[in-house]
Design a protein around this ligand. Structure first.
Ligand code: PEP
Ligand code: MG
Length: 282
C-alpha cells in the first residue's frame, strides 16, 4: 500500500463480529480500523453481553492481530441498529435519534461495562477505543472522564490494562466537521464515518431506497468536508482515517490520498483491491 511516489497509506479492515477476525488475517490488512462492537449486543438475544463475554471477544481480536492495531468503537446502538437486549424506545427519526455516544453517556452502567472489557483486553495487544456519533467536545470529555474512572477501578483491583490506551473520535456528523479543530485537541486519532456524514449532510436517510437517485456519495459538500477535516486534524499533528463505505470507492482513492487521508479502513474482502489501487497511483 505504497504509491508510485512512495507515499504510504495504511489499509485496515472493518469488522463486526469475532468471525470476521479470520477474514482480516486472510486479507493481510494493516489492522482493524473499526470494530463495530454493537454487533455483540445485537447478536446476544435478550441478554446484554457481559463484561466477560466482551473481554473475551476483544482479547481474541487483540491477540489475533499481534502488534497490529485494533480499534474498538464503543456501541453505536440505536438508529438502524436495534438490539433486543436494550430497550431504547421509539424514535420518529431513528438515524438522528437516541443512538451512539448519546445512549452510552445516558446509560452509563452499560458503557462502563464495555469500557472495562475494552481496557482489560488492551493488555493483550495494540488496542484503542473510539467513540461514535460525536457532536460536541463535551461528549468526548465526559466519555474520557468515565474511561479515567474505570482505569482507576482496574488499578485498585490490580487488573492489567494499557494505561496509555489511545482515544479516537469518529467524525460523522456535520457538527463534528465544523469543530474538528477543537476535537483534534481532545483525542489521539480520528476516523471519518462517511456513511452517517453523507446522510446527515444531504439530509437523506441512507436506508431509504427511494432516495437512491438523489443520494450522491460524491457530493462536493461531502468531499469539501473531508478536506477540511484532514486539514484540521493534521494541524494538531494527528492522524485522520476514513472508515465509511466510501473508503472502498476506488474512483476516490487518489483524491483521498491528495487530501491527506492517512488510513483507509474497508471490509476485509475489499482490502486487496484497495492496496492494488494505491500501488498504481503516482
Ligand atoms: C459511518 O457512519 O460511516 C460508519 C463507519 O459507521 P456505521 O456505518 O457503523 O454507522
Ligand atoms: Mg456511523
Amino acid at each position: 500500500n505504497i504509491t508510485q511516489s512512495g507515499q504510504k497509506i495504511d489499509v485496515c479492515a472493518n469488522i463486526g463480529t469475532r468471525e470476521d477476525i479470520e477474514n482480516v488475517l486472510r486479507s493481510d490488512a494493516g489492522g482493524i480500523g473499526l470494530f463495530r462492537s454493537e454487533f455483540l449486543y445485537i447478536e446476544n438475544g435478550t441478554k446484554l453481553p457481559t463484561e466477560e463475554h466482551q473481554f473475551h471477544v476483544y482479547r481474541l481480536a487483540a491477540e489475533a492481530m499481534g502488534t497490529k492495531k485494533v480499534v474498538i468503537r464503543t456501541a453505536d446502538l440505536g438508529g438502524e441498529k436495534q438490539a433486543e437486549c436494550l430497550e431504547l424506545g421509539e424514535d420518529r427519526n431513528p438515524e438522528i435519534g437516541y443512538r451512539g455516544i448519546r445512549v452510552s453517556l445516558d446509560k452509563d452502567e452499560i458503557f462502563k461495562t464495555q469500557l472495562r472489557a475494552i481496557l482489560r483486553a488492551s493488555a493483550y495487544g495494540n488496542m484503542s477505543v473510539m467513540f461514535p456519533m460525536i457532536t460536541d467536545v463535551e461528549e468526548v470529555k465526559q466519555a474520557k472522564l468515565i474511561l479515567e474512572k474505570i482505569k482507576n477501578e482496574l488499578k485498585d483491583e490490580k487488573i492489567p490494562f494499557n494505561e496509555e490506551i489511545k482515544i479516537g473520535v469518529m467524525i460523522e456528523t456535520p457538527a463534528a466537521v465544523m469543530i474538528s479543530g477543537e476535537l483534534a485537541r481532545e483525542a489521539d486519532f480520528f476516523s471519518i464515518g462517511t456513511n452517517d456524514l453523507t446522510q446527515l449532510t444531504l439530509g437523506m436517510d441512507r436506508t431509504n431506497s427511494r432516495l437512491e437517485r438523489f443520494y450522491n456519495t460524491h457530493h462536493p459538500a461531502l468531499l469539501k468536508m473531508i478536506r477540511i477535516i484532514a486539514n484540521n486534524i493534521h494541524l494538531e499533528g494527528k492522524k485522520i482515517a476514513l472508515c465509511g463505505d466510501l473508503a472502498a470507492d476506488l474512483s476516490l482513492t487518489e483524491k483521498f490520498i491528495q487530501m491527506g487521508i492517512d488510513e483507509l479502513s474497508v471490509a476485509p474482502n475489499q482490502v486487496l483491491a484497495l492496496r492494488k489501487k494505491i500501488r498504481e497511483i503516482q
